[in-house]
Ligand binder design. Sequence first.
Ligand code: F6P
Length: 323
Amino acid sequence: MKKVAVLTSGGDAPGMNACVRAVIRTGLYHGLEMVGVRRGYDGLMDGDFLPMDSHSVSNIIQRGGTILKTARSERFKTKEGMEQAQNRLADDGIEGLILIGGDGTFKGGLEFSNITNIPCMGAPGTIDNDLFGTDYTIGFDTALNTVIEAVDKIRDTAASHNRLFFVEVMGRDAGFIALNSGLGCGAEDILIPESKTDIDEVIQRLEDGWKRHKSSCIIIVAEGDKEGGAFEIAEKVKKKFHHYDTRVTVIGHMQRGGSPTCFDRLLASRLGHAAMEGLLQGRKNEMAGLVNNHIVYTPFTQTRKHTVDINEGLLKIAHILSA
Ligand code: F6P
C-alpha cells in the first residue's frame, strides 16, 4: 500500500483533529503518501483531496472541530455516489481509507468497501459514546466537561432562586452524556432513553427533595428520552408539581465544540495511530477502540449502537448520592 486517505464524517467531535494528526503522522512514519479528504463522503465523491505532509497537521492537536470539515452525506448512500467515489480514489491512486466518525460513518464505509474492495479502517469520533468496541469515543469526555461546566453555573442561579431546572443534553438516542454528566454534577434526576421515564416517579423524587428542604433541583434530560425533550417533560411535571419555580435550558451544539481535554487528545492519538497500523497490517472494515486501556479492533458489523449497554447502576448511584 502506497497511498492512504483520511476523512472525518458525521457530527464533529473535539479530538477529531488530534486523530487526523495521528493518522497522517503514522502513515508518513511508514513512508506512505497521505491525503486528507475534505467534507467527509461528499468530498470523497467530489475528489476534494488535499495532499498532507507533517506540517499540514501542525498545531491542530488542541483545536476543536475538524480541519478536514465534515458532512452527513445522503448522496453517498446511492450506488452512483459510491461508484463516483471509487473512480475518484482510483484516479488519485488511493488504496486505503481511514474513517473518523460514528455509526453512520462506519455503515457507509462497510458498504463502500464491500462494493469496491477498498480497505477501510475506523476510529470512533462522536460525542455520543454510542459505539460498541470501545469504552470511550473521541469527543465524549470533552462534551461531558462542557456540560458539567454549564450545569455548575446553572446550579448557582438555581440555588439562589430556589428553582427547578430541566437541562437538555445531546446524545441523539443514547443516554451516555446525560448519565455521566448527571452523576458528575450531582443532578437530582437523570432521564435517559435506555430507562423508562415515569413522570410520577420524577415528581415523587422532587417531592422528597422539597421535604428535605433542597434549595434547588437539576434534572438532566437526554434529548432522546421517550417522554420528550426538556421542554415537554417540564410541562408534564409542572402540571402536578408546583413547589419550585421552573426553568428549562438546552445546552445544544456547544457540546460539540471546544478544545479537546487531555483524555480526548490521548485517546484520539492512540486510536488514530492504531487505525493506521491496523490498515498496514492488512486489517479491513474494523474500528480501533480502547477497552480496559488496551487497543482492540471491532468489525464495523458489530460497532452498531444497539449493542451498547448503558450502566444502569450509575442511575441508581445518582439517585442515592443526590438525596
Ligand atoms: O451525533 C452527535 C450529535 O451531536 C448528537 O448528539 C445530536 O443528536 C446530533 O449530532 C445533532 O446533529 P446536527 O449537528 O446535525 O444537528
